[in-house]
Design a protein around this ligand. Structure first.
Ligand SMILES: NC(=O)c1ccc[n+]([C@@H]2O[C@H](COP(=O)([O-])OP(=O)(O)OC[C@H]3O[C@@H](n4cnc5c(N)ncnc54)[C@H](O)[C@@H]3O)[C@@H](O)[C@H]2O)c1
Length: 354
């Protein structure tokens, strides 16, 4: 298949606009049409890229010749809409989270098999060069026995952000608060690097915003490999500080801070033995790139680079009849962890993942 793959987008809000930019920047992709239930949003995006606008995505599916459709609508709609797209015979890229319920996710996987199309779910930070480098080191067992893995997400979202869409911060359509919406990226990376989560115990609360779902949450994790870990997340930390993913093992440690490697020390690189008290500073990794404006402060400041890499990965999977790196089976894990965290916070019990 040498022709350009033809894309449509459903949802022309914050992230839909970024998908349009990412798709139009890829040489073998073509944006053909966009749909939003608010007609002016579809119109505005369509004018920018000289494509066809639709206010009803069903009509877009019926009228346009499309290979892939990107779903960029509120999270609680992802499953239902992805299913309609797949039943129409198109491949689908779904924004994170895959959906907010186990039932919807299982149905998406079932329909995907039935329709014989590809399904990818956005988790763009898996495509950050630094994340891949640390993942390669995990695969080489360079950290030795993994002991502790932490994700810290001290972000800020104003009340105006939550008021900017009726779906934000609701159980029905956001599926949760800071954990399901903002922290799913870091939770996905943590479990990708540390391995599957076996059980969680958690607290969540609403301390700063007027919203239904949590704006702060803390979870203690037990990984299947025996390591322990934590997740601490909030959208109430003004003005938003660095996101950190910390991986610690008995042969090395790594810290990813705002998508950059801020610390790496591996025993295998030591020229002399580290003493019995270890070393406080260790070897600092060079910062090779300037961080993109942090998503901790501004969701619209997300870099398109990693989105473009993930869309390109889906195109590779389509052309080779392979599997996208983030297929539905990979993407359901962070949602399952978050749902277990909510259950634990509700029941005050440790929750074991199946
Ligand atoms: N990967 C990331 O970094 C990232 C960043 C932001 C948002 N997201 C995800 O993207 C999704 C959308 O978030 P957002 O911030 O862009 O929201 P948004 O409210 O800015 O945009 C959603 C758009 O979908 C439209 N819409 C709703 N129902 C529709 C329907 N049935 N048909 C057509 N259009 C419809 C709305 O009118 C709106 O324009 C969420 O699931 C969110 O979690 C991902």
């Amino acid at each position: 298949m040498t022709e350009k793959l033809r894309f449509g987008i459903i949802g022309c809000g914050v992230i839909g606009r970024l998908h349009a930019e990412a798709i139009t920047g890829l040489p073998d992709a073509q944006l053909v049409a966009v749909a939003d239930s608010i007609p002016e949003r579809a119109q505005e995006l369509a004018e920018k890229y000289h494509v066809k606008p639709y206010s009803d995505f069903h009509e877009m599916l019926a009228c346009e010749q499309l290979d892939v459709v990107d779903i960029c609508t509120p999270s609680g709609q992802h499953g239902e809409e992805a299913i309609q797209v797949m039943r129409s015979g198109r491949h689908v890229i779904v924004e994170k989270p895959m959906d907010i319920s186990r039932k919807a996710i299982e149905e998406m996987l079932r329909v995907q098999q039935e329709a014989g199309v590809k399904l990818a779910v956005i988790s763009q930070h898996r495509f950050d060069p630094v994340t891949r480098e640390v993942h390669d080191l995990v695969e080489e067992q360079a950290f030795g026995r993994l002991v502790l893995g932490n994700a810290v997400i001290p972000w800020w979202r104003s009340q105006a952000y939550y008021d900017s869409g009726a779906w934000r911060g609701t159980w029905e359509l956001d599926g949760g608060g800071v954990l399901m919406n903002q922290s799913i990226h870091s939770i996905d990376l943590l479990q990708w690097l540390m391995g599957p989560v076996k059980s969680v115990f958690a607290y969540t609360d609403i301390l700063v915003h007027r919203m239904e779902t949590e704006d702060v949450g803390v979870a203690v994790l037990r990984f299947a490999n025996g390591a322990l870990g934590t997740i601490s997340a909030t959208t109430g930390a003004y003005p938003g500080a660095s996101t950190r993913i910390e991986i610690y093992g008995d042969k090395g440690s790594a810290v990813i801070e705002d998508d950059q490697l801020s610390y790496l020390h591996l025993a295998r690189d030591d020229r002399e033995e580290v003493g019995p008290y270890g070393t406080g500073a260790g070897k600092r990794a060079q910062r090779t790139e300037t961080a993109d404006k942090s998503a901790a402060q501004d969701p619209a400041a997300l870099a398109i680079r990693s989105h473009a890499l993930q869309i390109a990965d889906m195109m590779r999977a389509i052309r080779e009849d392979g599997t996208p790196l983030l297929d539905g089976y990979a993407a359901k894990h962070p949602v399952e962890i978050i749902l277990a965290i909510y259950e634990s916070a509700r029941t005050h019990q440790e929750v074991t993942l199946s």
